[in-house]
Design a protein around this ligand. Structure first.
Ligand code: AMP
Length: 374
């Protein structure tokens, strides 16, 4: 229990609060348990996967100030596993506990326009973009950026939801209308060679540790495969990606784990090949490989960072190459085969219903670095 904004040293036996009850919260909770912490999860849905791994739970809406206050009072430090928590929720929590990452980091990263302004303000490139609230805005933005372009809602987008490509001949107004009049941005299309991400951590003392960049492949807008090291990514460009993640973490005075998703484009090696797509102020799907593939998992690292503990070693386990495959919807039905596969590390999230597009689990494989496919 603390209302201090300084950096409390949470001790083993203390309580870590996690706002959000999905698989990310579940995996943070499992890592926290390994350090002898108790975990208290706050989530509105009584079926939340994270509850299975927690010592305590609060089932209440994110707007319930009384429940939020009681939850925060019961925790030594509070973190969250998704960025779309309302600002008022973060404000109530911060009155009653140390919340990490900060409400400012949340505000900056939960709105695509604010986030892009922030990243560009650091001199780091993003896709060109325009604010779009009306059909007139959209027409002007398309004139400026050309087609194809990508229309995205400013908030609440994930796994391709709240985003649509506008190609030659598409009725742009109809796409905007589909989003129901919420604030949007239009992004110019980035002709990327590959998508990479950097998962990194920063402690309250400014300590910084990043995992090497990984390459991400999407299917139907959902992450399908993450590979480390990223095939074809030069050492120079990888270094530049790490420097971008560090600059972002420092500018946000960030405490916790964050992920920076980048597009690699054609051009001279180094920073000139990189464009930031988005920042996730939390552990990230593209960091799941670290559970077996790195000396410290991103979940253990998040616990260390928010508790003010020393950050762990981010090196790959035994220098092995790693591939992490998501199990989406019915793909998780092959769990028994995966259990029988030597060396396959299976993770299931305990979700009852395997709806299409739903992340049900993942499987991680480690390879000798020179093995085919690594
Ligand atoms: P996002 O929700 O912003 O992470 O976008 C989801 C996916 O859509 C990305 O991983 C890319 O594959 C694609 N995408 C998003 N924005 C752009 C863009 N401006 N240019 C090209 N592809 C994009």
């Amino acid at each position: 229990m603390t209302s201090s904004t300084s950096s409390p040293q949470v001790r083993p036996g203390g309580t870590l609060g996690i706002v959000g009850g999905g698989q990310l919260g579940r995996m943070i909770a499992l890592a926290a348990a390994e350090y002898g912490l108790k975990v208290h999860i706050y989530a509105p849905d009584a079926d939340s996967p994270a509850f299975d791994a927690a010592a305590a739970r609060t089932v209440a809406p994110y707007e319930d100030a009384q429940a939020l206050a009681a939850f925060a009072d019961a925790c030594d430090v509070v973190t969250y596993e998704f960025e779309n928590i309302p600002h008022a929720t973060a404000a109530v929590l911060a009155e009653h506990a140390t919340v990490r990452p900060s409400a400012t980091a949340l505000l900056t990263t939960q709105d695509r326009l604010v986030e892009k302004d922030f990243v560009n303000g650091l001199g780091i490139p993003t896709a060109p973009y325009r604010m779009v609230d009306t059909a007139d805005d959209l027409a002007r933005a398309l004139d400026a950026l050309g087609r194809p372009a990508v229309l995205k809602t400013r908030r609440f987008g994930y796994d391709g939801k709240g985003q649509r490509m506008i190609r030659e001949g598409d009725a742009a107004d109809a796409v905007l209308a589909e989003f129901g009049g919420v604030p949007c941005i239009l992004e110019g299309f980035v002709p990327f060679l590959r998508e990479i991400s950097v998962v990194a951590a920063r402690g309250p003392d400014g300590a910084f540790a990043a995992y090497e960049p990984c390459a991400n492949e999407h299917r139907d807008h959902i992450l399908a495969l993450t590979r480390v090291p990223a095939p074809g990514l030069s050492a120079e460009t990888a270094q530049a990606a790490l420097a971008i993640a560090r600059a972002i973490a420092e500018a946000l005075d960030y405490v916790g784990v964050l992920a920076v998703e980048l597009f690699e484009i054609d051009g001279p090696e180094g920073a000139a090949r990189l464009v930031v797509n988005e920042i996730a102020p939390r552990v990230h799907n593209s960091g799941h490989w670290t559970i077996e593939g790195a000396l410290t998992s991103q979940f253990a690292q998040a616990v260390r960072a928010v508790c003010g503990w020393p950050l762990g070693d981010t090196a790959r386990t035994g220098g092995m190459a790693v591939a992490m495959e998501n199990l989406i919807g019915a793909e998780a039905e092959c769990w028994a085969e995966l259990l029988a596969e030597p060396g396959a590390h299976l993770h299931l999230y305990g979700k009852a219903e395997a709806r299409p597009g739903r992340k049900m689990g993942h499987v991680t494989r480690l390879f000798s670095p020179d093995a085919a496919g690594a």
